[in-house]
Design a protein around this ligand. Structure first.
Ligand SMILES: Cc1cc2nc3c(=O)[nH]c(=O)nc-3n(C[C@H](O)[C@H](O)[C@H](O)COP(=O)(O)O)c2cc1C
Length: 315
């Protein structure tokens, strides 16, 4: 399973354990490295920069040959901690950064100056060309089977297109739950894959057993899109609670959204309420179950250690 991605990161298998808000942690990434793959944590999983620095130090201490670790940065204005997170990551050091939402220009310049590679989330050719021209080391092609904020194009269409048009490696994100899925992505031209949802039901993940068990009990037919978390459509498990609250913006939000000056505030309030609800559902026992996951949980049949999940992806 050697590929351009395994060469870039010096890992045994061309797989990244994808960054997941509220879910990813040091224990997961440490086990990912032991299993011979890369792991990535959203910088936003740490409330303070000191906590972020401690996590980087812990991963540096746990790093072993054949594994690799990185951090995910939201690079647009919605992330008020972006500058201090980038500074901490560049000072402490890691193998790679994954950028999402916004221009990666500044991140690429600063990260490259200290030898950190930068991979950028993209969902179409135009943005992929832009990140390539800015110097990204690889493009992460987020397709319409991904968990979280997914893209619009199918895995085949997007991976084929980007691997033909770009000269940097293309990593396919979305819809990978077993070895056959990885083989498919490689046949479409991918240099590796980024896998998120299947790792939610891992012993090491930072979420409740109810959330993990839901990833076992529900399947791809149960994944729907909701606007009720961040305002931007996001994939969630269609639990009775999600059915009860609905997936569309409320009539009041729609009404307020029509007013140009109020629109920005409505978005911020929606974002903050939605994030709090998701955090509570992920971390506390509550009937308000808003669980983010993608259709690749189809292949999740038990709560397992990270190593067992990686085994399933490589065997
Ligand atoms: C619960 C969850 C949280 C996520 N959080 C983030 C995030 O904070 N930043 C990010 O760039 N992508 C995030 N993603 C997207 C993943 O990094 C990755 O692109 C996606 O999981 C790939 O699709 P898959 O779930 O089918 O493997 C998240 C996905 C899930 C399922």
């Amino acid at each position: 399973m050697q590929s351009k991605l395994s060469e870039l990161l010096n890992i045994k298998y061309p797989i990244i354990q994808a960054p997941m808000f509220l879910v990813s942690n040091v224990a997961m990434v440490t086990e990912a490295m032991k299993a011979g793959i890369a792991g990535c944590i959203p910088a936003l999983n740490y409330r303070t920069i000191d906590e972020l620095r401690s996590a980087i130090k812990a991963l540096k201490a746990n790093k072993i040959e054949g594994g690799s670790f990185g951090f995910n940065l939201i690079v647009n204005k919605s992330n008020v901690k972006y500058k201090s997170q980038l500074e901490a990551i560049c000072e402490e050091g890691c193998d790679f950064i994954i950028t999402s939402l916004g221009s990666p220009e500044e991140t690429i310049i600063q990260a490259h100056a200290v030898g950190i590679k930068v991979f950028c989330d993209v969902t179409d050719l135009r943005f992929a060309k832009k990140v390539e021209q800015l110097g990204a080391d690889a493009a992460i092609a987020v397709n319409n089977e991904a968990g979280g904020h997914r893209g619009n194009m199918s895995p085949k269409e997007l991976t084929n297109l980007l691997s033909k048009e770009l000269s940097i490696p293309v990593i396919s994100a979305g819809g990978v739950g077993c070895k056959a899925d990885i083989d498919k992505m490689i046949s479409y031209g991918a240099s590796g894959v980024s896998v998120g949802s299947p790792f939610i039901a891992s012993h090491e993940a930072n979420v409740t057993d109810e959330y993990k068990q839901a990833c076992v009990d529900y399947g791809k037919e149960d994944i729907i899109m909701t606007e009720r978390i961040s305002g931007t459509p996001c994939t969630v498990i269609n639990t009775p609670y999600v059915q009860k609250i609905g997936t569309k913006a409320t009539w009041l939000e729609n009404l307020l959204n029509k007013n140009k000056s109020l629109k920005k505030w409505v978005k911020m309030v929606r974002f903050s309420i939605g994030m709090k609800a998701t955090e509570n559902a992920a971390k506390k026992a509550t009937y308000k179950t808003v669980w983010v996951a993608g259709p690749s949980i189809e292949h999740t049949h038990a709560i397992q250690p990270v190593k067992g999940i990686v085994d399933k992806l490589i065997k």
